[in-house]
Ligand binder design. Structure first.
Ligand code: F6R
Length: 607
């Protein structure tokens, strides 16, 4: 989704801005632009398409030491150069970049038009530059503070003015903004990844905070001019992870990294001596956890499916009700927050607007909300009452893969902890930990069968539509498999509970619509086999993902992907990997932009 970046220091700003934008590329965008202060005027460059196109149009010679930059993911107005940011006022003295949505922009624009302002774009964001123009009186911070109360909606923004050389003013409300502190240089960005190559010292801004930046310092305050003290944090993000390290795509690299990511998520969190889990970040002791009578997991997309998988495990092992809620729905449904209920928000990026606003709505109603996040220091991680970092490392490909299995890792450890406080015996806890420890090697085994999965993809990738079917704890995995396939290959795919087949989806079965069946040797295997036979009887092709050596399944299915045997509740970890690989190979064979599929963004920071 949109990314913003600002630089203020002694170096050639255009080069630093382009580098920063490249590090925001993974979030998904359709156009980009930069504005560099250049003496008494600005130089603005914008292009539709890849950052490389923008970089190729910039002049060689240095032209300024401060500037702002943006990657745009269109919301208001088509994908055009005019709509790309930065946006300027009528006299091209003020430039802004903005993430978020200004909901009342039309009313503001109408008033500005009456006053004679000339607009160059169809965006909501441009009104901000014109509003600053209206009130500017020599002090940019003051002007921004006058404008912010007029804006209804969300923003992470940076403004600059030709009359205030070496000054950037940033503000946030519902869209992330981070300050990076360098050596006589400062950075502002919506994503810490944009600046890690230059500095590891950052300040996370909160909503309603405004920051004024010069090369040698910064001040933070609110719109009422109250100074706000901010702590400096050291980030540990590893810049090298932005390298494909020999893989053709980040997605394949991240699929392969799952074994290591799961191991990282387990380190220090499985207590073998007491056969339980240990999660210090929850900020809750065992007595408090014992009081929990219900669990609600809130998330979007792949993170939602991780939560749904965990809801099955929690009900089964902890024996308390657990349910999952779509963040985008919860936010507006006037949810009933119940006592003795523990809420989790799950988000890889920690910046998903739907999930963030659901978190705030829950907290407003008095809920205790924990977070499961990957991005350290992200807004959700900071605003939750405690939680767990999944430590899967930066996920660059838009399609989420390793975050899913790492989210499961954290949720499974939490379940073990909760179950051991209640009914799970020491012996059962030990068996659970033993199975957990087997996972990385078993996933490695599945990864080594990639050639076979590629061959199966080769046979089916021209199909127009796929069904993914699973039952019980593997039903969410079926939906995740369908999501993976549709988002990167653009092939239509639907995930269903296999038991639902007869209630409607079976009408879709024909020779052109292959079905993926998740049929491990668990308690529901025979039920799944019956469903496979129903599909077969109607001429449907079947790709089955089953446990090694399941001859009965092999006899019915047209193609089989085998996974090793494990304690049944751990199958989601194993079954999802072939589905990720299948989606990947189909997308490659169809010539899709695997890491940055059309219309999608990595971090969905607007509603
Ligand atoms: C799918 C995908 C999305 C995200 C969803 C939530 O591959 O990546 O469905 O899972 O947008 O994102 P986070 O987890 O960052 O809140």
């Amino acid at each position: 989704m949109c990314g913003i970046f600002g630089y203020c220091g002694g170096k050639k700003a255009s080069e630093i801005l382009i580098e920063g934008l490249k590090r925001l590329e993974y979030r998904g965008y359709d156009s980009s632009g930069i504005c560099v202060g250049n003496g008494s005027k600005f130089s603005v460059y914008k292009r539709v398409g890849k950052i490389k196109v923008l970089a190729d149009t910039l002049p060689e010679k240095p032209f300024g030491h401060n500037g702002i930059a943006h990657t745009r993911w269109a919301t208001h107005g088509g994908v055009t150069e005019a709509n790309a940011h930065p946006h300027t006022d009528c006299n091209e003295k003020i430039a802004i970049v903005h993430n978020g949505i200004i909901e009342n922009y039309q009313q503001l624009k109408d008033k500005l038009l009456v006053k004679g302002h000339k607009f160059k774009s169809e965006t909501d964001s441009e009104v901000i530059a014109h509003l600053i123009e209206e009130v500017f009186n020599g002090d940019l911070t003051k002007a921004v503070k006058q404008v912010l109360p007029m804006l209804k909606g969300t923003y992470g923004l940076i403004a600059m003015h030709v009359d205030c050389p070496d000054v950037l003013v940033g503000a946030r409300n519902g869209s992330p903004l981070i300050l990076g502190i360098g050596n006589n240089e400062m950075f502002l960005a919506s994503d810490v990844n944009a600046m890690v190559a230059y500095t590891k010292q950052v300040v996370y801004l909160n909503d309603k905070e405004i920051v004024t930046v010069t090369p040698d310092g910064f001040t933070t305050s609110d719109v009422q001019d109250n100074a706000i003290h901010k702590d400096i944090t050291m980030v540990e993000t590893d810049g090298e992870s932005f390298d494909k390290q020999g893989y053709n795509h980040f997605m394949m690299k991240e699929i392969a990294e799952q074994t290591e990511a799961i191991k990282r998520g387990m380190v220090g969190r499985l207590n073998v001596d007491e056969a339980t889990g240990h999660l210090g970040g929850l900020n809750m002791d065992n007595a408090q956890l014992l009081d929990v009578e219900r669990i609600v997991l809130v998330a979007a997309g792949t993170s939602y499916y991780a939560g749904m998988t965990a809801s099955y495990l929690i009900e089964n092992l902890v024996r308390i009700p657990a349910r999952v809620e779509l963040a985008s729905e919860l936010r507006y449904k006037n949810i009933i927050v119940e006592k003795n209920t523990l809420y989790f928000v799950i988000s890889q990026s920690g910046e998903t607007a739907d999930t963030l606003f659901a978190l705030r709505e829950l907290q407003r109603k008095g809920a205790h909300v924990l977070g499961i996040c990957n991005a350290v220091g992200s807004t959700i991680a900071r605003e939750t009452d405690g939680g767990v970092y999944i430590h899967s490392g930066p996920e660059i490909a838009v399609a989420s893969t390793k975050a899913f299995t790492s989210q499961l890792t954290a949720l499974y450890i939490f379940t073990l902890l909760m179950a051991r406080i209640r009914h799970l015996s020491f012996e059962q806890g030990k068996e659970f930990i033993n199975a957990f420890n087997e996972l990385p090697a078993l996933i490695e085994e599945i990864l080594s069968a990639d050639d076979k999965i590629e061959q199966i993809a080769d046979k089916y990738y021209k199909s127009q539509s796929f069904m993914f079917l699973g039952r019980g704890i593997n039903y969410p995995v079926a939906m995740e498999g369908a999501l993976k396939l549709k988002e990167i290959s653009y092939i239509h795919a639907e995930g269903f509970g296999a038991g639902e087949l007869k209630h409607g989806p079976i009408a879709l079965i024909n020779e052109q619509t292959p079905s993926f069946f998740l049929v491990p040797d668990d308690a529901l295997r025979d039920k799944n086999i019956s469903n496979m036979k129903e599909v077969k009887a109607r001429g449907g092709k079947i790709i089955a993902v089953c446990t090694n050596g399941d001859d009965e399944v092999k006899e019915i299915a047209d193609d089989v992907i085998e996974v090793p045997k494990i304690m049944p509740c751990f199958y989601p970890f194993l079954l999802v990997v072939p589905l990720q690989l299948f989606a990947y190979h189909c997308a490659v064979k169809l010539g899709r932009d695997v890491d940055q599929p059309r219309n999608l963004a990595k971090s969905v920071t607007v509603e």
